[in-house]
Write a protein that binds this ligand. Structure first.
Ligand SMILES: Cc1cc2nc3c(=O)[nH]c(=O)nc-3n(C[C@H](O)[C@H](O)[C@H](O)COP(=O)(O)OP(=O)(O)OC[C@H]3O[C@@H](n4cnc5c(N)ncnc54)[C@H](O)[C@@H]3O)c2cc1C
Length: 304
């Protein structure tokens, strides 16, 4: 899909599988697929506006690290956000960095380390894009995106593009006003962050510690990271393990023997329905055993 940007939705490729665009390697086709690469979104905004005018459903995928896409796929226009740019926009007590929302989060964390900027260490091993992180309030090791975000540039069906201050986005644990927004989505175009300066070597040491911890505690392979949020005062992984499900398999998908809140897709033949069936089984067992209703951290997308 190189060459000049298409001017009409009907010129886009139809029926391409979305599985390769998700970390779980699962999911069916998009009716229309567009890979957005222009950091200023000149290619994308006319397509989005066209879709909204036609009342066509629109879906944006960043790194696909937190979504389970239905085997039947996603209706309407799906945008894979690969618009990448990091730039320094202001310097004062803190440094303001602007990132296009398709920027890989780990790349932003590395940029900060290389430039002696503190605040993104937690993200050194968190897959996905800046946009997905802003929507989910991604976080780890005691930090999260809300901790450094100043404002986000958002494009909406009604009203076009506008700046939203971080304080207006109702951030909480893996939650934001943008995540609750539904369809048509609020498309995050760009995010501005404020970072304090720090010693690059000290930042690197903290990143090394986080990387080591991940290697020891999280499984490699195709997964969506933590499936459930931790309930107040407890850990979803601990509850799933105590319910006897660590290592439990359903077809080709398995509750990780290393970390029970991870579900790993172990085969190219696995289906999203199988993955969801295992999620539901885990949820039921934990509910029966401990009377605790686990809440999904991941999102399901498409025609279920
Ligand atoms: C191995 C592994 C480890 C993980 N560890 C962590 C962790 O430690 N902490 C953590 O918080 N998460 C973790 N995750 C989950 C995931 O990395 C985060 O949720 C990440 O922020 C998802 O970003 P994404 O770009 O992949 O979003 P996607 O999965 O592509 O999308 C998630 C949601 O955001 C929406 N969205 C994406 N981009 C935009 C945009 N530009 N504008 C509007 N909406 C958008 C999508 O429509 C969807 O609803 C992990 C995942 C994996 C696979």
């Amino acid at each position: 899909m190189n060459g000049p940007p298409p001017s009409a939705i009907d010129d886009l490729p139809k029926g391409l599988s979305l599985a390769r665009y998700t970390a779980a390697r699962l999911g069916g086709p998009a009716d229309y697929l567009y890979i957005a690469k222009d950091p200023s979104y000149r290619d994308l905004l006319p397509l989005l506006d066209q879709a909204w005018k036609r009342e066509m459903p629109t879906t944006v995928i960043g790194g696909g690290a937190n979504i389970l896409i239905a085997d039947a796929g996603v209706r309407g226009l799906t945008i894979i956000n690969r618009a990448t740019e990091i730039k320094r926009v202001a310097e004062g007590n803190e440094t303001i960095i602007a990132a296009s929302s398709g920027t890989n989060l780990i790349r932003l964390a590395r940029y900060c380390q290389e430039n002696g900027l503190r605040g993104m260490e937690w993200a050194i091993a968190v897959p996905g894009t800046v946009g997905g992180a802003v929507v989910n309030n991604a976080g780890a090791h005691g930090g999260d995106i809300a901790g450094s975000l100043r404002r986000a540039l958002i494009h909406e069906a009604e009203g076009g593009s506008r700046w939203a201050a971080a304080g207006s986005l109702a951030y909480a644990y893996r939650q934001s006003a943008l995540k609750l927004r539904g369809s048509p989505p609020s498309f995050v175009l760009r995010a501005d962050f404020a970072f304090a300066r720090d010693d690059a070597a000290a930042i690197q040491r903290r990143m090394d510690e986080f990387n080591d911890y991940r290697r020891r505690t999280q499984p490699p392979g195709a997964s969506l990271g933590s499936i459930f949020k931790n309930p107040p005062g407890d850990y979803a992984g601990r509850l799933i393990e105590a319910a006897g499900l660590k290592g439990f398999s359903l077809g080709a998908v398995q509750v990780s023997p290393l970390h029970a809140n991870f579900i790993v897709n172990r085969s190219s033949d696995a289906s999203a329905s199988e993955y969801l069936a295992l999620i539901n089984l885990v949820r039921r067992r934990v509910q029966e055993r401990f009377d605790i209703e686990l809440e999904l951290e991941i999102q399901t997308l498409g025609d279920w």
